[in-house]
Design a binder for this molecule. Structure first.
Ligand SMILES: Cc1cc2nc3c(=O)[nH]c(=O)nc-3n(C[C@H](O)[C@H](O)[C@H](O)COP(=O)(O)OP(=O)(O)OC[C@H]3O[C@@H](n4cnc5c(N)ncnc54)[C@H](O)[C@@H]3O)c2cc1C
Length: 486
């Protein structure tokens, strides 16, 4: 059993009649943000700046903050994680409390939050997988990109995934940056990764990996490739790794370059240049290979005890869409990762959720009433249309697309609406709200997280890394608890 983690000195206990966390006798807006990823922190940052005297609780399922910045962003992209410094400043504002290890849908309901706060912002992200729905998808060695990324990044619950790296080839289905992250991690020289915050067990497994070839398969052509130029450049520069394009995929590509918009033009030029260099160096040394393959959609996984190949239908393009032909191709492989997107789920029956799109039904971040969807534009009265005081932002609201900057812009926009709704009295400050009842709940405060952070950095130093992530929730809670009781 975990010891109860006591609230910290900074965190004022709020009883029913309490008012603000700061000196004022007025009723203060009390806001709960669910999810401590970028969307949660950016909305909090904006509200702090634009809504005077507001108090914010950021409630997070895990004992540790930062969502996909910690558990998604690739370990060899530390510069992306600098946003953590800004998030830390927000969390350390006296008007904010971080409440880790508390989960919406498990420890409390949406109804609880609606009663205990003036406004609730759902920012709990998209933590599930899309599936292909094709035969043999459950064969051993068919994984999702989400699982693979969670494994190397130390998300609790994935430390024992043990992806089988004993075969020669990995096939990534999907050509987005997440798939390219995985290709780069698998094909990188392990010495390069040693200096990152990749988990030790992943480093160990990668150092024994026999994977020589990574296929990156997409259903459309080079002109529609989803990866971005920075990620492609990194692949082309990877030491001991040769990129091999299929020349047939590039029919008529070069002649279309002059008419392309600028970003697409630059990445296409880079692919075409790399293809021509490959033709000049046809006899280059064999080593590890990165093989992008276009115009293929998986239709079946082949194998009995584990995956042995993927059968693809060959596509042609019509008006930018992939249309299947009669032609098939089977590519042998030892391991597969589907990288076809993350998916949000509803964690509470009272959330107006669009199962098809996999996001909360909202308009600009205001959550729509339960009988309404995003396409209902006929109702004018705000109170008839929206759940007053209920908002969503980030991947839960927009669907799982876009980078941290996209999430920031979306979250600032939603937070702005919230502030305006408070100022316009659409959210009424009719009495103070008590906030979550934390009695008997082993929650992790910000100081608890700082203790976990320090311990991770200490363990990392011993290995010459920025940190060694803890993956046991029990250990995290113990460390946080010791810090609170000290
Ligand atoms: C593999 C991968 C790599 C990426 N790399 C980059 C990159 O290099 N650069 C870049 O700009 N963007 C990158 N992104 C995109 C970026 O991570 C997202 O834009 C951003 O994290 C979305 O923020 P979010 O807050 O909506 O969701 P998340 O980051 O997922 O945060 C959601 C938070 O909610 C918590 N939560 C979940 N359920 C509950 C619950 N029931 N109760 C309470 N809390 C809950 C989660 O634990 C999590 O902390 C990457 C994404 C992925 C998947």
């Amino acid at each position: 059993m975990y010891r109860k983690i006591l609230p910290l000195s900074r965190t004022v206990k709020v009883g029913h009649n309490s008012i603000c966390r700061h000196a004022s006798s007025a009723v203060c807006p009390r806001i709960c943000i669910v999810g401590a990823g970028p969307a949660g922190f950016y909305t909090a940052q904006y509200i702090l700046k634009h809504l005077d005297n507001s108090d914010i609780d950021i409630v997070e399922k895990l004992p540790v903050p930062f969502g996909l910045v910690r558990f998604g962003v690739a370990p060899d992209h530390p510069e992306v994680k600098n946003v953590i410094n800004t998030f830390t400043k927000t969390a350390e504002n006296p008007r904010v409390r971080f409440l880790g290890n508390l989960s919406l849908g498990k420890d409390f309901t949406l109804q609880d939050l609606r009663e205990r706060y003036h406004a609730v912002l759902l920012t709990y992200g998209a933590e599930h997988d899309n599936t292909l729905g094709i035969p043999n998808e459950t064969l051993p060695n068919v994984l999702s990109a989400r699982e693979f990324v969670a494994w190397y990044n130390g998300l609790p619950g994935f430390e024992n995934l043990n992806p089988d790296l004993s075969g020669k080839s990995l096939t990534l289905l999907g050509q987005g940056n997440v798939a390219v992250d995985i290709a780069r991690i698998v094909l990188s020289n392990v010495d390069e990764l040693k200096k990152t915050d990749i988990t030790d067990y992943a480093l160990e497994a990668l150092s024994r990996s026999k994977i020589e070839t990574v296929h990156l398969v997409g259903r459309r052509g080079p002109l529609q490739a989803a990866f971005t130029i920075k990620e492609l450049r990194e692949m082309l520069k990877l030491s001991n790794c040769i990129t091999r394009w299929r020349a047939d995929d590039f029919d008529h590509v070069e002649e279309s370059i002059p008419n392309l918009p600028r970003p697409r033009k630059r990445i296409t030029e880079l692919m075409v240049k790399s293809l021509s260099e490959q033709e000049q160096n046809a006899n280059a040394q064999p080593g590890r290979h990165f093989r992008p393959i276009f115009f293929r959609s998986p239709v079946k996984f082949v194998g009995s005890d584990k995956v042995e190949a993927v059968e693809f239908v060959v596509n042609k393009l019509m008006d930018g869409r992939a249309i299947p032909t009669e032609q098939r191709e089977t590519i042998p492989t030892d391991l597969v990762c589907r990288s076809i997107g993350y998916r949000a789920i509803s964690v509470d029956d009272h959330i107006n959720f669009d199962e098809r799109k996999g996001c909360v039904n909202n308009s600009g971040g205001r959550v729509l009433k339960r009988n309404l969807t995003g396409s209902d534009q006929t109702i004018d009265d705000i109170e008839d249309k929206y759940e007053p005081g209920l908002y969503a932002s980030g991947w839960l609201a927009t669907g799982p697309t876009g980078v941290i900057l996209t999430t920031m812009n979306n979250s600032f926009g939603v937070a702005d609406l919230l502030c305006r709704d408070f100022k316009a009295n659409t959210i009424r400050l009719n009495g103070s709200r008590p906030g979550l009842d934390l009695t008997g709940r082993p929650y992790v405060s910000w100081n608890g997280w700082k203790a976990i952070d320090n311990e991770e950095i200490r363990r990392g130093e011993a290995r010459g890394k920025p940190r060694e992530k803890l993956t046991s929730i029990e250990t995290m809670l113990q460390i946080a608890s010791n810090a609170s009781n000290a």
